[in-house]
Design a protein around this ligand. Structure first.
Ligand SMILES: *Cc1c(COP(=O)(O)O)cnc(C)c1O
Length: 273
């Protein structure tokens, strides 16, 4: 178990007004950054969605972000999803939102859906924990993992969204499949029962070099293009490009990102990890 989880009660629902205001100001600033980057890239306003990367944040902080306009959540660790999901879903329902996968009879029709994504590594023994909660898994980086998720999804009678994570920076510390294998894995995911291929995800190069960072994002966009052009069965929905974080979202938006995953920019520096 990760040590910070012993230091914080992630299920805490109470947030001081000043902290909630700080998060709300950050949400507004981040949305402004996205709108400005869309405009300077000549892209449609609203073509980039903001996912709040909520690792280490508690339920109250996440609800403050949702109250300020956040409409997509991403968690890294199945343990954190377990700690927060019930509180988040209850508080969302009280505010007219439906967070994550809905396995009920659909009686809460009319509420606004907030997609819940897994964006961190997933071990096989945790698949069963996340499937009842998340709509999409952005961190699928191998055929073997895709097959294991597919088997569990079929057994539950559900379909889970998948983004294939590609290691475009080549940094060994990063997860993601080898770019050389991306098209092959994507086309195989396309025909797997229980999975719906939605797009590609990458983490930008950890360097201070605009050219190198943008090249990685450009390669991810080109890979998506090749996958769509293949017209292989089941790849027609492979449209999302989840790329860009607090430090590099402008570059990612210029290169075609459709989802930026932002943590620090919304909640401040992380105390743990
Ligand atoms: C933490 C995290 C982010 C957000 O990073 P920030 O630099 O805090 O914006 C995005 N994607 C993944 C996969 C992460 O783990």
């Amino acid at each position: 178990m990760t040590s910070y989880m012993e230091h914080r009660d992630l299920a805490n629902e109470i947030t001081e007004a000043a902290r909630a205001q700080e998060i709300a100001d950050n949400v507004r600033r981040t949305l402004d950054r996205i709108r400005a980057a869309e405009a300077s890239a000549g892209r449609e306003p609203g073509s980039v969605r903001l996912l709040a990367a909520t690792k280490t944040r508690d339920v109250g902080e996440i609800m403050a972000a949702i109250g300020a306009g956040i409409r997509m959540i991403g968690e890294n660790r199945p343990q954190e999803i377990t700690a927060k999901a019930a509180g988040l879903r209850r508080m969302c329902a009280e505010r007219g939102f439906a967070l994550g996968r809905d396995e009920s009879d659909g009686s809460d029709g009319g509420s606004i859906h907030i997609p819940f994504h897994l964006i961190g590594q997933l071990q096989t023994n945790k698949i069963g924990k996340v499937l009842p909660v998340v709509d999409s898994i952005e961190s699928v980086d191998s055929l073997a993992l895709a097959e294991r998720i597919a088997r569990r999804a079929v057994a539950r009678g559900i379909e889970v969204g998948v983004l294939l994570e590609v290691n475009e920076s080549g940094e060994s510390s990063k997860s993601g499949c080898n770019p050389k294998n991306a098209i092959d894995i994507a086309t195989r995911i396309g025909i797997m029962g229980g999975l719906r291929l939605q797009g590609l995800m990458t983490i930008g190069a950890h360097v201070d070099d605009e050219y190198a960072i943008r090249k990685g994002f450009e390669r991810l966009r080109n890979t998506r293009g090749l996958i769509l052009e293949s017209k292989a069965p089941g790849v027609e929905g492979c449209t999302e490009l989840s790329m860009g974080m607090t430090g590099d979202m402008e570059y990612a938006i210029a290169e075609g990102s459709t989802i930026v995953r932002v943590g620090t920019g919304l909640f401040g520096e992380r105390e743990f990890i």
